[in-house]
Design a protein around this ligand. Sequence first.
Ligand code: UD1
Length: 421
Amino acid sequence: MDSIIVQGGGAVSGEIPISGAKNAALTLMPAALLTDQPVTFTNVPRLSDIKTTNELLASLGTEVVVEDDGQKITLTTPEITNQVAHYDIVRKMRASILVLGPMVARDGVAAVSLPGGCAIGARPVDIHLRGLEALGVELDLRDGYVHAKAPNGLTGATYELPFASVGATENLLMAATLTKGTTVLKNVAREPEIVDLADLLRAMGANITGDGSTVMTIEGVDKLHGATHAVVADRIELGTYMMAPLIAGGSVELLGGKRRLLESFCQKLEEAGASITETERGLMVARNGARIQAVDVTTEPYPGFPTDLQAQMMALLCTAEGTSVLNETIFENRFMHAPELVRMGADIEVSGGTATVTGVDKLRGAPVMATDLRASVSLILAGLASTGETRVARVYHLDRGYERVVSKFRAIGANIERIKE
Ligand code: UD1
């Protein structure tokens, strides 16, 4: 298994291109199941989760054509030849549940393995399922699978999500495009990835309004057609690399970065002492003064502070001046990076969904490991601010969500390498 080694201590400077969003691609690609025509994606990030999605879709009958070194993917599904998304693939990636809505909407039948637990909490799919039932889908949970059927097709309905789940919003939005009649989805998620999905679906012939707000209205159509779509920029990758000059010193330009994708996050960084300037090519980030100041952070659904940037923020606050309080409200078990950061000399106390971080002058490199994607990258960031060597194990988590992470950090002068062990 590979590890990443970071030699900390130096400032960073230079530029990093921001890739297409993993979380957008993982919902855009299943949307291709809604039509028998080709759907082409550009600006696709080259990640192991994308390969898993290709594998999943191919297992259902999709022809997958990968071009441009993985950045362009065309998906054509003349028919869904296999109605079952098997456990072997679904267990690798929870987002596999996103094929359920499109499959049942197109053919009136689907079975998808239940994704099961995951390192950052229980992550149930009850909202996906209740919403599909509201659209007339009959569900049966047996043998670890959700069996869905709608022999007479889906029917438009009004459904209010009990929580603005990103995945449930995506599944229901895709399913609603092919219903008879009008669907009104209330209390939906507003993430930029949802807007990107709605843009794709409209390009395929769907009739959707309200995306980006809390209520979406979808007039069902009989059929969707092919389209070409460029995946939106990855705001989580953007936010992650914005941390590098704040934690290590220096300044970095994030090419393709847009402030409007991360407004509340940018405000929080500015409160902590970041200078963020919009440039013609993206965002320029630097640190004002010698030290970052402590700030309090609460994760929330978009447009609030993203849970996917909480671990990286914690790494930053470990060397801030003063004490910061981080509240995690989205996932109940998302502080696994805290004990690893403590091994590097951080002062963190975790109690339930709250972490109290008291800044220290310096972190010290150490061998560390993390059990999820964002936690892993937070340890690399902490390594940049540490004396000595940090060795991050279980690099496969990073391969799921950060395209060419080592070369991107190297492009800004970080001393980082990947080794085989
Ligand atoms: C997506 C992102 C993930 C991000 C998360 C929150 C993808 C592939 N993943 O995950 O990176 O951290 O949004 O921004 O886009 N919940 C339920 N029942 C449900 C669905 C969700 O109780 O049916 C709960 C979850 O357990 C969790 C919370 O709602 O506590 C948020 O989950 P959700 O917004 O659905 O996140 P995902 O779509 O899984």
